[in-house]
Design a protein around this ligand. Structure first.
Ligand SMILES: [Fe+2]
Length: 273
């Protein structure tokens, strides 16, 4: 067989593959009108084909291409798709029409087409060298719109880091935070804990450092108040209401002035009554 004949066969095979067999190609999202309801987008393939005679084939846009997300066992990771996003298109071996219109069960296509340009699946996150996703070279990172979740490497301090420039909300049934060492909450403005019952348990001490400590409600103290074994208040106390000590009112108690020492002006009155 002559080289000319071999070239002719090669070109014929190339033409056949080009026109009939699709495999993988990058594309750009050009429409998302049916993304929210059906998880599908319109795309424009990003690479043209040049025939041996120099003619350029620009592949036509594809509408209603399903987007593939990682999911399984009832869990999934999803994210929005925007016009301009780059995806990779993968083309099914057989027609996907009936399967896409079903619920995932096995189907037999009406059309016997194979590797058709029509049967594209888009996988998000295809990037060029320059327009890439800026992956962290060491950490595992999930990021979006000013927020990020990082699983950090040994070289980068290890651990988990959750960062946002907005609000963080946790909704759950029960929440437990257990640390082997310290726990710190630092609030730039107000820190508030609201619960029907609030309990603080400490083995050694609880310290509150503040210019004013306000309690709106009754205060019950089982031990003493202040420092020392029996308790003391170092700088005084101002009570608007009465103070009762062991049944004796500070406001209404009386004294016995009849004891001899008092009458003789050489001693105190009797004990408060
Ligand atoms: Fe008195």
């Amino acid at each position: 067989m002559s080289e000319t004949s071999k070239d002719a066969i090669r070109f014929n095979i190339q033409d056949f593959l080009t026109e009939n067999v699709s495999t993988i190609i990058p594309a750009k999202v050009i429409g998302i009108s049916d993304f929210e309801k059906h998880q599908r987008v319109n795309v424009e393939p990003s690479i043209n084909y040049t025939y041996p005679d120099g003619t350029i084939l620009v592949l036509p846009p594809l509408d209603n291409v399903p987007i593939q997300y990682p999911s399984g066992g009832g869990g999934s990771i999803t994210f929005p798709i925007a016009v301009g996003d780059m995806v990779s298109l993968h083309f099914s071996m057989y027609s996907m029409k009936e399967w896409l219109e079903g619920i995932g069960d096995q189907v037999t296509p009406m059309d016997a087409r194979m590797f058709s340009f029509t049967d594209a699946i888009a996988i998000a996150g295809m990037n060029t060298y320059e327009n890439n996703a800026s992956p962290d070279p060491k950490d595992v990172e999930v990021k979006f719109n000013g927020s990020s979740f990082k699983l950090k490497s040994d070289d980068n301090g290890k651990g988990v880091e959750l960062t946002t420039d907005a609000n963080l909300t946790i909704n759950c049934v029960n929440a437990n935070v257990n640390t082997t060492n310290s726990a710190n909450i630092v609030a730039g403005q107000e820190a508030k804990v609201t619960a029907p019952i609030l309990t603080l348990d400490s083995i050694t001490s609880i310290t509150a450092t503040t210019p004013i400590f306000t309690i709106n409600g009754n205060l019950v103290v089982s031990g003493g108040i202040g420092g020392g074994g029996s308790g003391q208040v170092s700088t005084g106390a101002n009570f608007v209401g009465d103070v009762t000590a062991d049944g004796t009112s500070l406001k209404t108690h009386t004294h016995n002035y009849s004891i001899p020492e008092h009458i003789a002006s050489t001693g105190p009155t009797g004990q408060p009554n």
